[in-house]
Write a protein that binds this ligand. Structure first.
Ligand code: SAM
Ligand code: SF4
Length: 314
């Protein structure tokens, strides 16, 4: 269905947990998050029911996210349940990759069609520092496991952070010469722990084009402008929520792991969905779509949401 600004909304991002095996510095506080009570988190059945109701409102694509979705108990049942909804034509999942060696094949059997794997650095010591304890080789093993399981259209998400990984752009681009992956550079958004980081950390995606003029534009996909190096097997995607606001093309709604519908990642507005079923649930989702804000205000100030990214789902 369309929202009040005429945008078609057909994409649900569903957070299935706010917990994570990592504590990425820009995403989570160092001490982690207080574990919500089991009953405060959407159950497997509620996750599927919400996706079902959203599909009746026109949603055809669902991305499962978190926190780290692969630490969520019942993740395969959630995937199976959503994959079985006839209107859902695309089921994707975003992960830090650490548990893919165990889970990639089962995720594919459960109906997940595409994976995005986060990878902010190719240097083990930086990886450890940014994730506060993660191991780069786990993420790389996860990527290999995803390929073995048959996930062919892999996207790797790299948040561009000035002074942290901007000296690795060449190493990331080199990966696209060898592998048919899409390397996606994402602008760091000022929210949660990084809301007040030094301005120098917030690099515009055009930095990649300025440093690598050999990148040739190819067709855009969703909110990503896409490029390719000559003779490369893979592609480069640039996602610029700050410097190139794509709000006018936004097709998304989000549901947090405690069951709140958000029309925009950055707004304070949240509509509780828990306890609603059938027609009432569907009507509330329609109301959420209709009240989707026109745009965010990240160019003027930090995100208006009081939540960290792990609580909403990036
Ligand atoms: N744990 C999974 C992962 O890391 O892929 C899924 C959840 S994570 C919140 C989803 C994505 O949001 C990751 O690619 C992460 O890098 C990105 N992210 C988190 N905080 C961000 C921020 N402040 N600005 C831009 N991207 C952010
Ligand atoms: Fe965890 Fe993903 Fe946040 Fe990193 S970005 S702390 S992996 S939820």
């Amino acid at each position: 269905m369309k929202d009040q600004y005429g945008r078609t909304v057909d994409y649900l991002r569903l957070s299935v947990t706010d917990l994570c095996s990592y504590r990425c510095q820009y995403c989570m506080p160092a001490e982690g998050v207080r574990k919500l009570r089991h009953e405060d988190i959407l159950s497997v059945e509620e996750c599927v029911e919400i996706a079902h109701a959203a599909s009746r409102c026109g949603v055809t694509k669902v991305r499962i996210t978190g926190g780290e979705p692969l630490v969520r108990r019942g993740i395969l049942d959630i995937c199976r349940g959503i994959a079985a909804i006839p209107e859902v034509r695309e089921l994707c999942l975003t992960t830090n990759g650490a548990l893919l060696p165990e889970l990639a094949a089962s995720l594919r059997e459960a109906g997940v069609q595409r994976l995005n794997i986060s990878l902010d650095t190719l240097r083990p010591e930086r990886f450890r520092a940014m994730t506060r304890g993660g191991e780069l080789n786990q993420a790389m093993d996860g990527i290999a496991a995803a390929e073995r399981a048959g996930f062919s259209d892999l996207k790797l998400n790299t948040v561009l952070i000035g002074g942290f990984n901007d000296d690795e752009l060449g190493d990331f681009l080199a990966l696209t010469m060898e592998h048919p992956w899409e390397l996606r550079f994402i602008e760091l958004m000022p929210m949660g722990p990084c809301a007040h980081w030094d301005r120098g950390c917030f690099l515009p995606c055009r930095t990649v084009l300025e440093r690598f003029p050999a990148l040739e534009p190819i067709e855009a996909r969703g909110v990503a402008l896409r490029y390719r190096l000559p003779a490369a097997k893979g592609t480069v995607g640039l996602i610029s929520p700050l410097s190139h606001t794509f709000c006018s093309q936004c097709r998304r709604i989000r549901v947090t792991s405690d069951g709140k519908l958000k029309g925009c990642l950055h707004s304070q507005e949240e509509i509780p969905l828990r306890g609603l079923h059938g027609q009432a649930l569907e009507e509330t989702i329609r109301r959420g779509i209709l009240s989707k804000p026109q745009e965010h205000h990240l160019t003027e100030r930090s995100s208006d949401t009081p939540r960290n990214m792990n609580q909403i789902g990036g």
